[in-house]
Ligand binder design. Structure first.
Ligand SMILES: [Zn+2]
Length: 535
């Protein structure tokens, strides 16, 4: 009996000790959580866009969103008997100079005039007024020649582009690419897309992020997305310091400051090509005054998504008084803010006067910014877009917009020609963002090139009201070249047939014109591997 009591007493004592130990541990864990003793207004907190994430382990890559990797043999997986992550040898030590994911080995120099020759394609180059079958020669990442006949002997590689259109790489000036932060329900987060996954397959070689980040988090965006993509990623910086993170942030007038915004743009003139104001729901003019002010500091245009339709700030005043010639009005065909005249159904007086003053009108079709019942009468009345853009993000990529080629095809269904939609996705947007070196095939320009084709049949194109228009042409991207190298090839027009005995170009020259692996040496390709023999 007494022995049993003693056992119970010992158990109770043990239990109490355990409780104390657990409590102490909880206290210790609690101590590690930053105490929020003083409450500061949320928008005045320095925002890195990773505000809701834990600080990651310090490391050469400073990857705050990355899962911490524990060296083999030390992690919790070891104790649990699970497979462990093995750190790569010297991998992230060279952060910033990360090796290409695919690509041929170093090769011999090319003494020929061209690395790559696109032969017999129908070139559409609005800047240079070319709309004819031409050859395009590329050397060292630049356009070297555009002429009626260039000799295949002068090129390391020739691609037959007969029957295809050869255009400058497409420029999409309205996308959302700040996908890295992990923030839910945010354009500075989960609603953003990683450019490389969406661009090259549609002929796009340059995107402009339309205000997903502001001056507080632009550098985080640059480090985690812009500098890591093969796509050229430029940015409109949001006039809201915290960027595009929802109405709490985007309606906060106190965080709209022209000076830090303008100075951040001056600090990164190669990347920041404009200022964005978007989604504002208040009655004030302040966001537009601040955005234009920042634009004046950095000598760059502003792009306006006009937010909620407010009687206190009519579209007419925005386009005739507040914006400057050369500023960009996006979502032109939404009809949400007075773009359409209620009587004629054509363009409103605001749009007509705005265009007269030199405001640019961009499509930015997005998830909820394009409807046929606005676009068709406006286009019929002659109010064509100055540029076509997608407003690509996690919603629009799967709903009515889909991608740049779909937007182009949609506008062709409404009567525009291929030449017009190519101009509206190359030279015209390049001019709007004041980057005349882009969107054209002038000799000396960076060799960003799209090879397109037309598919004919019955196709449906959608709008934000879930209505459709049928069309008979769909634009397809066959091949994309970024800085002189093939980065996408839908049907292998740059490649030899698998059973061709001899390569059509020297595999040792391949890395002058493609990022893909060259053909292996012939013996390796045709000799069956010897079975491994046991010794
Ligand atoms: Zn947008």
């Amino acid at each position: 009996m007494s022995q049993k009591l003693a056992v119970i007493a010992v158990r109770a004592l043990f239990g109490a000790m355990l409780t104390v130990a657990v409590a102490a541990q909880a206290q210790a864990v609690g101590d590690q959580v930053p105490q929020q003793t003083t409450r500061v207004p949320e928008t005045s907190v320095p925002v890195s866009a990773n505000a809701y994430q834990n600080q990651g382990p310090p490391g050469p890559s400073e990857c705050r969103g990355c899962f911490p990797v524990t060296p083999a043999g030390q992690g919790p997986n070891q104790e649990a008997g699970l497979p462990q992550a093995v750190p790569q040898q010297g991998g992230s030590a060279a952060a910033g100079a990360h090796p290409p994911r695919v690509g041929p080995p170093p090769t011999e120099p090319n003494s020929l005039p061209y690395d790559l020759l696109l032969q017999n394609g129908h070139v559409i180059d609005a800047k240079n007024n070319i709309d004819a079958v031409m050859d395009v020669g590329i050397k060292d990442g630049k356009i070297a020649a555009v002429s009626q006949h260039l000799d295949a002997k002068d090129a390391a590689k020739t691609i037959d582009a007969t029957g295809y259109y050869v255009t400058p790489g497409l420029v999409d000036i309205h996308t959302h690419d700040y996908a890295s932060t992990g923030e839910a329900r945010s354009y500075a987060g989960d609603w953003g897309i990683w450019p490389d996954g969406f661009t090259f397959r549609t002929g796009v070689t340059t995107v402009c992020d339309a205000g997903s980040s502001g001056w507080r988090n632009f550098e985080d965006f640059k480090e985690h997305v812009i500098d890591r993509e093969q796509t050229r990623v430029l940015a409109f910086i949001n006039i809201v310091g915290a960027g595009m993170r929802g109405v709490r942030f985007e309606d906060n007038l106190d965080d709209m400051q022209m000076v830090p915004t303008g100075y951040m743009a001056l600090r990164y003139p190669d990347t920041i090509i404009g200022v964005k104001s978007a989604h504002f729901t208040g009655p004030e003019w302040e966001p537009y005054i601040q955005a234009v002010g920042a634009g004046n500091i950095a000598h760059i245009p502003v792009m306006i998504d006009y937010g909620a339709n407010r009687i206190e700030r009519p579209l007419y005043d925005l386009l005739t008084k507040y914006l400057r010639p050369g500023d960009i009005y996006t979502h032109t065909y939404s009809g949400l803010r007075g773009e359409q005249d209620v009587m004629t159904l054509g363009p409103s007086k605001a749009l007509i006067e705005g265009r007269k003053r030199g405001i640019y009108f961009d499509a930015g079709t997005g998830g909820g910014s394009f409807r046929f019942r606005v676009a068709v009468p406006l286009i019929k009345a002659g109010f064509l877009p100055d540029s076509l853009s997608t407003d690509l993000h996690a919603d629009s990529m799967n709903s009515s917009t889909k991608d740049m080629l779909n937007v182009m095809s949609k506008f062709m269904a409404m009567g525009l020609t291929l030449q017009q939609v190519v101009a509206d996705t190359t030279w015209h947007p390049a001019r709007e963002i004041q980057r005349p070196e882009l969107g054209n095939l002038s000799v000396g320009a960076t060799a960003d090139v799209a090879v397109l084709s037309e598919e004919h049949g019955k196709f449906g194109f959608l709008d934000m009201d879930n209505t459709k228009m049928m069309g008979d042409t769909r634009v397809i991207c066959e091949l994309t070249i970024r800085a002189g190298k093939v980065v996408y090839d839908l049907n292998g027009i740059s490649m030899d047939a698998w059973n061709d005995e001899h390569p059509s170009s020297n595999p040792q020259m391949a890395n002058h014109w493609t990022v893909f692996r060259p053909r292996p040496p012939l013996p390796e390709q045709i000799t069956p591997r010897q079975p491994v023999t046991q010794q």
